[in-house]
Design a protein around this ligand. Structure first.
Ligand code: ADP
Ligand code: MG
Length: 310
């Protein structure tokens, strides 16, 4: 009798040990730590959320999306929630460990890579989004910091890496995922204040006070990310010195460098230009979907160039 009682109340710390000295990263509520399952030795990432934050909309959104993703079987390119614990002072989320760090900073730092490398990476992100959108989850904060890499061996073996999407703190679970076009959701303001990052918000976010959170939001953000990967600069913040306000204005007014004969001396393939044009489409209804994207020749790898981008 006593044992079964214990099993129910067994605390996180009796099951896992945590390295609090070297955080893996830091988030809005606190740090993310490496932890180890005492029984199996397996390593995981622990996100520790102080109780005072658990009433926040952001936390509720994150939990909602994580449980929905798990209930639908998860996806290899999404960092899945393994367990959650309601402790005295904190809420503890145990995730798959992603040991390769955040993606594009690696890519950009390590310099040389080809369109074909970028295409392999982008394909995995598109696949994760196709799964999310299919079950009605919009990430709504897609950006380089939230795309992690596992087995980061791009230098040695270009094919051997795996993308893992993290941070569903801004995401929305749509009640009718089958009705992907048209209006359905109570609007929510998609701005920096709401958690989403201005530099990756689509133009419609700046037209009105609020927009319907819709899968097309993620597709725009992915377009901006691919632009940055291929051309080496953020399309709406070329020198990394613009204010959020200025970036917002540029996005709304579509003020970005042209893709063909762009001013900073990088030439990308016509196929990459075609893909970017369809993703960075100002009209959300005409914007390419994740499903369509998976069939684009640049994304399948047919047309992505093998030579290294300078
Ligand atoms: P927030 O919602 O507060 O932004 P994130 O979920 O983005 O928190 O996590 C914050 C940081 O912690 C990430 O940017 C990343 O560096 C690190 N991190 C998060 N999840 C993992 C993981 N599963 N494995 C390794 N590091 C992680
Ligand atoms: Mg984050």
């Amino acid at each position: 009798k006593r044992m079964s009682q214990e099993a129910v109340t067994r605390s996180f710390f009796s099951l896992y040990e945590v390295d609090f000295d070297n955080p893996l990263g830091s988030g809005a509520y606190g740090d993310v730590y490496l932890c180890r399952d005492r029984a199996t030795g397996e390593k995981y990432a622990l996100k520790k959320i102080p109780k005072e934050y658990t009433q926040n909309a952001e936390f509720q959104r994150e939990m909602n999306a994580l449980l929905h993703l798990r209930a639908n079987g998860g996806h290899p390119n999404i960092c899945m929630l393994k367990a959650n614990f309601d402790e005295e002072d904190d809420y503890l989320l145990v995730f798959d460990l992603v040991d390769g760090g955040e993606m594009f900073y690696h890519l950009i730092q390590h310099g040389a890579y080809s369109e074909a490398d970028a295409s392999r990476l982008v394909r995995q992100v598109a696949s994760a989004l196709d799964f999310c959108h299919g079950i009605g989850v919009v990430h709504a904060d897609l950006k380089p910091e939230n795309i992690m890499l596992r087995n980061y061996l791009l230098q040695k073996n270009r094919a051997d890496f795996m993308v893992k999407l993290i941070d569903f703190g801004c995401s929305e679970v749509l009640s009718h995922p089958e009705e992907h076009s048209g209006t359905r959701l109570p609007s929510r303001k998609l701005t920096h204040a709401d958690g989403a990052t201005t530099a990756y918000c689509p133009p419609e976010a700046f037209d009105n006070d609020s927009i319907d959170i819709d899968p097309s939001v993620d597709m725009w953000a992915l377009g901006v990310i691919i632009f940055t990967m291929l051309l080496g600069r953020h399309p709406f913040d070329l020198d990394c010195d613009a204010t959020d306000e200025e970036i917002g204005r540029r996005i709304k007014e579509q003020r970005r460098p042209p893709l063909k004969d762009c001013p900073f001396d990088v030439e990308i393939s016509d196929s990459a230009i075609d893909l970017l044009t369809r993703l960075m489409e100002p009209d959300p209804k005409k914007r390419m979907t994740a499903y369509e994207m998976l069939h684009h020749p640049w994304v399948t790898g047919e047309t992505a160039r093998e030579e290294v981008i300078e």
